[in-house]
Design a protein around this ligand. Sequence first.
Ligand code: FAD
Ligand code: PHB
Length: 391
Amino acid sequence: MRTQVGIIGAGPAGLLLSHLLHLQGIESIVLEARSQQQVEKRVRAGILEQGTVDLLNETGVGARMMRQGLVHHGIELQFGHERRRIDFQELTAGKSVMVYAQHEVLKDLIEARLVAQGQLLFEVDDVTVGDLDGSKPKVQFRKDGSSQELICDFIAGCDGFHGVCRPAVPTEVLNVFERIYPFAWLGILAQAPPSSKELIYAYHERGFALLSMRSPEISRLYVQCPPDDDIRNWSDERIWQELHTRLECLDGWKLMEGPVLQKGITGMRSFVVEPMQYGRLFLAGDSAHIVPPTGAKGLNLAAADVRVLSRALGEYYASGKIYLLDSYSTTCLRRIWKVQRFSWWMTSMLHRFSDDNPFDQRRQLAELDYVTSSRAASVSLAENYVGLPMD
Ligand code: FAD
Ligand code: PHB
């Protein structure tokens, strides 16, 4: 088999890259370990930055998102049982974010690729990448029990944090930057109308809590928990109890409960590798970097990476020039580090750390008070949340 760009992984990075390349007349094949059904069902991120929304619309895959997504013009920060609003529209000259589930974005992208007769191979096994520093890198894999080889001009490693592409780069080439947080998030999806029009990020002495949503009927809620906690320790009753306590507010507001449809625990880390390129392998999305979810940035960073990569590949196939490919890593990392900073900052401000002391707690409360009362600080939060410029 032969293609121009071999893409490993059908997550947001891989599928969006395949779509953006197709729009420039560049052929790709996407190889994915899971089934199409698994990819289309996996509950993960839910907030799209303004720039991600614009990109999906400009490239013709935003119609369902515009019909079913929920536009949010602000968020609430809660501390000391009081809520204060950050008004994105007012602070960022009209920008907003969209609540639209990651797996819905993936459904839209898969449909667009299939309509265009793009090649998506699901349920492939034993993927390995090789000859990365030569001119014809290759991917070996098994599909329906038989071994196959795909020869490419380039390989895009869009296979997430646990994929095979990053480990295929010689370790001496990669610089790894990492911070692991001493807590995790327990997340639930509940059949309950969202109890608030906007997201609520709550700082509480028992730990962080977040009220989010997926639709007018479905709530998405999170509580901070120990990093090694077991989901079996958390009955639905205990989860609701903790959510009620941490989200309780002085004005008599009530959290609405409903059947828990899904629950899980996700660890939190900040992670970056530099560079994001080795020979003809380009890493994009979670395979190159992870952010803690507090800033809602993981999916948006993946979209920003492949936007840069698709343009660089477009330039190469149009003119033979490689300068954009050569600067891919530097271009992406400049923005990635700013997003890392924001995600770390939101996380540090809103969570209880296992080793924190009364000084740190007062400092966190002062920070929340400052960020919600100083226009300069509110603008900073708002412009990062709706998304820094892509370029
Ligand atoms: P992924 O979405 O991880 O896609 C990688 C794909 O590659 C997967 O489909 C995987 O099956 C496939 N793959 C892996 N290895 C191989 C292989 N060897 N061969 C073939 N295919 C392979 N972000 C937020 O902003 N908010 C959230 O609430 C949030 N929740 C999250 C919950 C969880 C459990 C996780 C893991 C992440 C969450 N994130 C969240 C982060 C966000 O979902 C990711 O940043 C985003 O999915 C990154 O997209 P990606 O395409 O780079 O990687
Ligand atoms: C979500 O809805 O899943 C969500 C929202 C905001 C975040 C993280 C996750 O910061």
